[in-house]
Design a protein around this ligand. Sequence first.
Ligand code: TYD
Length: 203
Amino acid sequence: MSLKKKPGRLIAFEGIDGAGKSTQVRLFEEYLDNRGIESLFLREPTNGRWGKKIRSLLEEKDGKISPEDAFRLFTMDRRENVKKNILPALGSGRMVVLDRYYFSSIAYQGALGIDPGLIRSSNESFAPKPDLVFLLEITPRKGLRRIEEGRGKRTTLYEKSGYLAKVKRIFRSMKDPCIRRINASRPVDEVREKIIAEFEKIS
Ligand code: TYD
């Protein structure tokens, strides 16, 4: 029997803005905690130097970031996250849970005209493929309503209905076997149960 430690699992949550991703990530974190499963939770854009730059550009009122610059910045942010956080944790057998990953780049930067195939291949050249991706599906209209109710403030550059409809279309076209589509317009508890049931199938 090999003494080599089994590499940890990689799980990502994806979906358009307002799908309830962050709530579900938090509930999943609680579930893993209760089961005593050690895990590392990360979000993209990160809180590192590139991630902070991205957030401030997206929040600018006249939002001027070009699709090419966005693609470049999100990729640099992810490269750093993969090298510094994701690979070391997986290597030591920990589970890693991501709030957004490169599927967001394919969908969001793809919806702005960058070739989705190019975004995928450049990311897959350095970013490990997840074991599971929970794709939370909701209509842009419902998602935007949630954001406005929840935050009580205006939406950012990428949170516009026509744009999110394109993002959603690209998410829907993805055929990766690791993707589990979850109806995110259902009540929070029901969505949580679905996610846990899918997770338990692979663990
Ligand atoms: P997120 O942190 O999920 O939003 P919130 O501020 O609600 O927590 O992501 C910020 C925005 O960045 C979101 O609109 C999606 C976008 N995004 C991309 O366009 N490409 C990417 O690769 C990633 C990770 C996010």
